[in-house]
Design a binder for this molecule. Structure first.
Ligand code: ADP
Length: 589
């Protein structure tokens, strides 16, 4: 058996002598790997099993980093956030039916959040599935994935693998990014074809996410509106973070002198300590602003749909009177909730560059009374928060614990911050300042639980930086088994669990007096730190801010997988965190 090089650096066994021969063949496995490598894919997140086990082995042998998880949802979340961080589609590889379904939650979440991701799942034989004859893990996966993905494709023949992967890549990253499903039936992998023809069939995608230049009249309309504003505001969303137009976005804010509000994953695009940041005056600036420029942020529930009391309206349906400029790559986004007076459609890099060009050197800064009012409100709120953070109650509460996290991020601005939970999410978002773009990744558009460890693994793998995952004890449970993955790959991830014994709080009681605890209550005094120790990582039980600080600093120093069980007052926290209003029966306590 000879060994030859085809389609990149993958070695294939040939039936003939070493060297070129008509009998050289390649197969579905290698064509998938070669197509991915040809397009710069260097990492696959997944979980091996029938029929893709050999694909994971061969991909690793071919130099792709294959990170194996314990549950596909976490692999999918990892792929999605890798896509957000790199602008390359994150790849998640799963087995058929149940593995595919597990990955689907992450795929849907990626589509909802505009993260570029490709879920590749092995599937059963078409002939049997379509006649519903009961194949191993039979499921019509393509049909199920289609409504949840930006696009969905199936490849039946080895010679179409190149096209299938090219289409999946383009669909994931062009325009508004999203999740793409690629169905690869088991039979495809073993199909063989002539190696040279196979190589020719592969496609290196040219310009996968083409720039979309905004129309000049749309840019001018936006500038005119902005020019006439008395109380302008810029809202930066995670689309702006994704676009990697960091210097221009910053220049736009600084040259116009307009206060800005970052959505949670846009924090750090400009440092949260920037003088024009209006984060600490959010409830003041939203209703008071007269012209709001949205950059890569949708007017969805996270912005109260652009109307209602948050925006100065009389009731939840009433429009507050603001005029909106919206910069977005999707032409359909404008008017989704309220009228957009000046839509600017294009990629954020091109749109912001065009706005900057139109601003010129003589742009008048916003009226000083507006800037002074924002600064005044902000200073008061910052001072109030500083007082709260300085307290040192026993047991720890969210504020005293997060004061430590805040200091650690300040000292390590390169570190990634993963954040999920209810109260843990809300408090971390408002207390912990970020200093660099794309360092904060969280529950996103759905406010979903379960992203924690998947995001943490990918953040470490992609950025090679220290990762802090600040987790509610409930949120951690959705992906907690991946601490084994973190240990297996020896990733510099420090998980901090804010343990208050339950969902929201640990104080609910069973009203019947029966033996079961209340549905929101967990095992009291649980030692999550032991979980990390079980796999060789560092576990720390912290009951004071000093212990928490010491453990986090040690994690940064050692770079070892670490889990800190930070014990929080079980009465701390509110039902549903800050979204109590969405909970049909809950009253704010
Ligand atoms: P947030 O939750 O931070 O408010 P959203 O997810 O609601 O952010 O909004 C992100 C928006 O950014 C989406 O409407 C998406 O179409 C847009 N977007 C994503 N990438 C780009 C890009 N490169 N250029 C322009 N708009 C983008």
């Amino acid at each position: 058996m000879g060994s030859i090089q085809v389609a990149g650096d993958v070695k294939l066994a040939s039936a003939g002598q070493t060297g070129a021969s008509a009998e050289e063949t390649t197969d579905g496995f290698h064509l998938v790997i070669d197509a991915l490598k040809l397009n710069g894919i260097d990492t696959i997140f997944g979980l091996p099993g029938i029929p893709i086990t050999d694909l994971t082995r061969k991909a690793q042998a071919a130099g792709i980093r294959v990170i194996s998880f314990r549950h596909e949802q976490n692999a999918g979340n990892a792929a999605a956030i890798a896509g957000f961080l790199t602008q390359k589609p994150g790849i998640c590889l799963t087995v058929s039916a149940p593995g595919f379904l597990n990955g689907l939650t992450a795929l849907s979440n990626a589509t909802t959040n505009c993260f570029p991701m490709i879920l590749i799942s092995g599937s059963s034989e078409r002939e049997i599935v379509d006649l519903q004859q009961g194949d191993y893990e039979e499921m019509d996966q393509l049909a199920i994935a289609r409504p949840l993905a930006k696009a969905a494709f199936r490849v039946l023949h080895a010679e179409d693998i190149g096209v299938g992967i090219a289409r999946a890549i383009r669909a994931a990253v062009s325009g508004r990014p999203g999740g793409v499903y690629l169905d690869l039936p088991a039979k495809l992998f073993a199909q063989s074809m002539d190696a040279a023809a196979g190589k020719r069939s592969l496609i290196k995608v040219v310009d996968p996410a083409p720039r979309q230049i905004p129309a000049q009249d749309a840019v001018q309309r936006a500038l005119n509106l902005l020019k006439g504003a008395k109380r302008p505001l810029i809202v930066l969303g995670k689309g702006a973070a994704y676009a990697q137009a960091d210097a221009d976005v910053r220049a736009l804010v600084e040259r116009t002198g307009i206060p800005y509000l970052p959505m949670s994953m846009a924090k750090g695009l400009l440092p949260d300590t920037h003088e024009l940041s209006a984060s600490a005056a959010r409830s003041y600036v939203l209703p008071e602003a007269d012209v709001v420029m949205l950059i890569g942020a949708r007017l969805n529930w996270l912005l109260s749909h652009g109307k209602g009391k948050t925006w100065g309206g009389k009731d939840h349906k009433d429009w507050g009177g603001q005029q909106f400029i919206q910069i977005d790559i999707s032409p359909q986004e404008a008017d989704s909730n309220v009228r957009i007076d000046a839509p600017v459609v294009g990629d954020i890099g091109s749109c912001v560059a065009a706005l900057l060009a139109g601003i010129g050197a003589n742009w008048a800064r916003p009226p000083s009374d507006w800037l002074a009012a924002v600064a005044d409100r902000k200073d008061k709120n910052v001072a109030k928060m500083a007082e709260t953070l300085a307290k040192n109650p026993v047991p720890m509460n969210f504020h005293s614990a997060l004061n430590v996290v805040r200091d650690l991020i300040k000292a390590n601005p390169d570190a990634m911050l993963v954040n999920e939970g209810a109260n843990t999410l809300d408090f971390t978002r408002s207390i912990v300042d970020m200093y660099q773009p794309r360092k904060r990744v969280d529950v996103g558009t759905w406010g979903v639980m379960g992203i924690g460890m998947g995001f943490a693994v990918a953040a470490a793998a992609v950025t090679k930086q220290q990762v802090f995952a600040i987790e509610g004890d409930s949120a951690f449970g959705f992906s907690g088994m991946e601490v084994e993955t973190i240990c297996r790959y020896n990733l510099p991830v420090c998980v901090v669990i804010f343990n208050n014994n339950g969902v929201y709080r640990g104080t609910d009681v069973n009203p019947t007096g029966g033996p079961d605890v209340a549905p929101t209550v967990f095992v009291k005094g649980a030692r999550y730190d032991k979980l990390m120790e079980a796999f060789g990582g560092v576990g720390v039980h912290a009951t004071t801010p000093a212990e928490l600080r010491k453990a986090m600093e040690e994690a940064v120093r050692s770079k070892r997988p670490t889990l800190i069980n930070a014990v929080i007052d079980e009465t701390a926290g509110t039902e549903s965190g800050r979204i109590t209003s969405l909970n049909p029966t809950a009253k704010k306590k």
